[in-house]
Ligand binder design. Sequence first.
Ligand code: AHR
Length: 515
Amino acid sequence: MKNNLLVIISLLFLAGWSGKAQTQNKIVVNANDGKYAISKHIYGHFSEHLGHGIYGGIWVGEDSPIPNTRGIRNDVTAALKALQIPNLRWPGGCFADEYHWQDGIGPRNKRPKMINTHWGGVVEDNSFGTHEFLDLCEQLGCEPYICGNVGSGTVEEMSKWIEYMTFDGESPMANLRKQNGREAPWKIKFFGVGNENWGCGGDMFADYYADTYRRFAVYCRNYGDNRLYKIAGGPNTSDYEWTETLMKKVGNKMNALSLHYYTVPKNWSDKGSATLFDEAEYFTTISKAAFMRELVEKHTAIMDKYDPQKRIALAPDEWGGWYNVEPGTNPGFLYQQNTLRDAILAAVTFDVFNQHCDRVKIANIAQMVNVLQSIILTDNEKMLLTPTYWAFDFYKVHQEATMLPLSIACAKYESQGKSLDAVSASASRDKNGKIHITLTNIDPNKPQSVSCDLLGVKAKNVSGRILSADKISDHNTFERPNLVAPKDFKDAKLANGNLSIALPAKSLVVLEITE
Ligand code: AHR
């Protein structure tokens, strides 16, 4: 109620009631009202056997001249560790529903080869399999999120994979694991029972998948103290019928329901270029990214009917911008550049997830390295960090922090007769009591001055970083890897408990406030 009043006063202020010509934006952060933790798993990643997502991007093999630890490149793991990546989804995607895990264990030179039918029809030699993936997760200190094969696999195959990875004792699969050099079982928490089962994961109707899920899930056993967190294949975008059916028929036999939504600026046959776009296309991209809010809210409303206690999470485990591949690259490899537009797309998406953290508890951007909206691009021994990497870096302060509700009354960014809120934001208080606010000015032309009230905070100090660039399409290349990189931000000032921020056009800012 108090917050609503503040928003109304702020709107009047925006409408010119104050008599000031300057555009003003008002944010009210209520630090007394924090109820929910922002799960760190909202900041999860995804690596599929697709193009150079794994091979070249992560896995170079033990004999490579590229510095590596047991075949996994060191530069990439160092960059990922700095980002505190919380979980990694693997091996797909569509690839997961054609993957037979037993082909990816044992001596590498004896592993069978297969065709990667979805992604360029290339030969997959299975040199990166279960042991290599779980070694990667151990090197990163992140939770593995394994996606099992429902589309073309069997219940037996899936149940044996879980036994192989997690059973501590005498059993055919545990013995096989030991034979392959791993004595102790791994801990596996996140397990996907299929992927896109309405499409590449079996082309099923919701009813049929719900029954199939129930059958597979029975044999996804918890061995010892390992507890699986089962994620059901969820809806495509706004297929609310799918959510309704799964909630009705599967209910609490799943821990989470996935959701896939990609931001495609134009259409699926000509998605638009990753780097060459005009302002109208930029506007469309960000408004399509912002559609995530409606998706999360509408799927949540259905889930609330069946699960008012919010025990079952919504897991947007594939999201991000999907553009035309870079000219001259294999169309099946989905290699695309990444601009400041993508960092803004990511920030707007994170704000939706943070603000709905009572239901959204795990999410995965597609994909981590060299595929779609990547945070890292590699070219043989070279590596660069994309603007999306820096968006993750700015937002990592929210991992496991208490979400602080905020209200925003802001200017509009207008284009083509349509408008979007110019400012997007999230706030949280971490376990050391520090308050972090991330703010994004999506307007590529106009700076925004923001006045921020911090209710329940005795703010003493503020410091920050900013990500921006001359052009919204600016991006890092192997020749200029630091064109878009963070800088110190000095335009946030505290006076009498009020925070004022001068946000440049097309910028992301992270602020740390101490009391
Ligand atoms: O991320 C690329 C593909 O997009 C995934 O394999 C699939 O699940 C989705 O359609």
